[in-house]
Write a protein that binds this ligand. Structure first.
Ligand code: F6P
Length: 322
C-alpha cells in the first residue's frame, strides 16, 4: 500500500453547523500523523479552479464553536460530467494530494464516489442538517438545526398562546421529514406534516378543533418544506375554519449559529477517523455513527436510498399531541 504524505479537505453542498469542527479534526489529526494538509475552498467548484490553501495547526484555531465553514462551500453541478471530474482528478494530482476528505451530504458523496472510482483515495464525513443519509444515525449539523427549530417553536408558542392563534411553522429538510418530525415531537406540535406521508387537511382540522374543544389556547403545525407550502396550508386552514392563522418560514436561520456540543463531538470524532481511514488505505467510504460507535459504510450503500424515518416517533407525536 502506497503511504500518503499529503491530503486535501473540502466542504461541499449546504453548510452545516459543525463543519468547522470537522475541518479542525481533519487538520489536527493529519498533522499529528505527520501529514501535510491542503484546504480546498468552495467544494468541487474550488477544486476545478485550484483554490488551494495550506492548512496548519493555527489555521483551524478558534473555529470549533463557529457555524458555517471557513473553507466556504458550493454546489457544483458541472462536476457530474465525466470530463470535468477528470479535470478534478488532475488538479488533485498536480497538487500532490493523495487522499481527500469530503465533508458534506449526498450530492457531495456522489462526486466523491466518482473520484474514488477514478483512483482517488477519498473518505466522506456526513454533514447535512437534513440527516437524510443512509448508513449513519446522525449527520453533523442536524442536532444544531433541530435545536434552532425547537428554540423558534418555543418563542412562537409565547405569542401563539397570547393571541390564541394557529401557527404553521415551515422547516427545511429538502425531501426528508427528519427535521420536521424530530422538532415537531420535541416542540410539542399538534400536527407534523412530512413528505413521507401525504397530509390530509381534514385530519389537521379535526385535530385543531379537538384541541380547542379540550381547552387548548393555540396550535402549532410543523410542515417540512418537502411536504407542501406552509403559506398554502395556512390559507387552507384559515378558509376552512376561520381560525386566525400565522405562518413562519424558518428558512436559513436553521442552518446558522454555534454548533451544539453533540455536533462538535460528532464532528471531532468523524473528522479524525476519516484521516485514519485514509492512512489505512481505505477509499470510497463514509464514516458513520451507529449506536454511538463509529462505523464505515461504502458510498454505494449510502447513496442507494434515503435514510428512513422512525415511524415510531411519528406515532408517538400523534399520541402525545392530544
Ligand atoms: O440540504 C440542506 C438544505 O438546507 C435543505 O434543507 C434545503 O432544502 C436546502 O439545503 C436549501 O438550499 P439553499 O441553501 O441552496 O437554498
Amino acid at each position: 500500500m502506497r503511504p500518503v504524505q499529503r491530503i486535501g479537505v473540502l466542504t461541499s453542498g449546504g453548510d452545516a453547523p459543525g463543519m468547522n469542527a470537522a475541518v479542525r479534526a481533519v487538520v489536527r489529526m493529519a498533522i499529528y500523523q505527520g501529514l501535510d494538509v491542503v484546504g480546498i475552498q468552495r467544494g468541487y467548484c474550488g477544486l476545478l479552479k485550484k483554490e488551494f490553501i495550506p492548512l496548519n495547526l493555527r489555521s483551524v484555531g478558534d473555529i470549533i464553536q463557529r457555524g458555517g465553514t471557513i473553507l466556504r462551500t458550493a454546489r457544483c453541478d458541472e462536476f457530474k460530467t465525466e470530463s470535468v471530474l477528470l479535470k478534478g482528478v488532475l488538479c488533485l494530482q498536480e497538487q500532490g494530494i493523495e487522499g481527500l476528505v469530503v465533508i458534506g451530504g449526498d450530492g457531495s458523496f456522489r462526486g466523491a464516489l466518482e473520484l474514488a472510482r477514478h483512483g482517488v483515495r477519498v473518505v466522506g464525513v456526513p454533514a447535512t442538517i437534513d440527516n437524510d443519509l443512509e448508513g449513519t444515525d446522525c449527520s453533523i449539523g442536524f442536532d444544531t438545526a433541530l435545536n434552532n427549530v425547537v428554540d423558534a417553536i418555543n418563542k412562537i408558542r409565547d405569542t401563539a398562546t397570547s393571541h390564541e392563534r394557529t401557527f404553521i411553522i415551515e422547516v427545511m429538510g429538502h425531501s426528508s421529514g427528519q427535521i420536521a418530525l424530530n422538532a415537531g415531537l420535541a416542540g410539542g406540535a399538534e400536527s407534523i406534516l412530512i413528505p413521507e406521508i401525504p397530509y390530509n387537511i381534514d385530519e389537521i382540522i379535526f385535530k385543531l378543533d379537538r384541541g380547542i374543544s379540550r381547552g387548548k389556547l393555540h396550535s402549532i403545525i410543523v410542515v417540512a418544506e418537502g411536504a407542501g407550502s406552509g403559506l398554502e396550508i395556512g390559507e387552507q386552514i384559515r378558509q376552512r375554519t376561520g381560525h386566525e392563522t400565522r405562518v413562519t418560514i424558518l428558512g436559513h436561520l436553521q442552518r446558522g449559529g454555534a454548533p451544539t456540543a453533540i455536533d462538535r463531538l460528532l464532528a471531532s470524532r468523524m473528522g479524525a477517523r476519516a484521516v485514519e481511514l485514509i492512512i489505512d488505505g481505505e477509499s470510497g467510504k463514509m464514516v458513520g455513527i451507529k449506536a454511538r460507535e463509529l462505523v464505515t459504510v461504502g458510498f454505494e450503500e449510502v447513496l442507494q436510498q434515503k435514510r428512513e424515518l422512525d415511524m415510531n416517533l411519528y406515532e408517538l407525536a400523534g399520541i402525545l399531541s392530544v
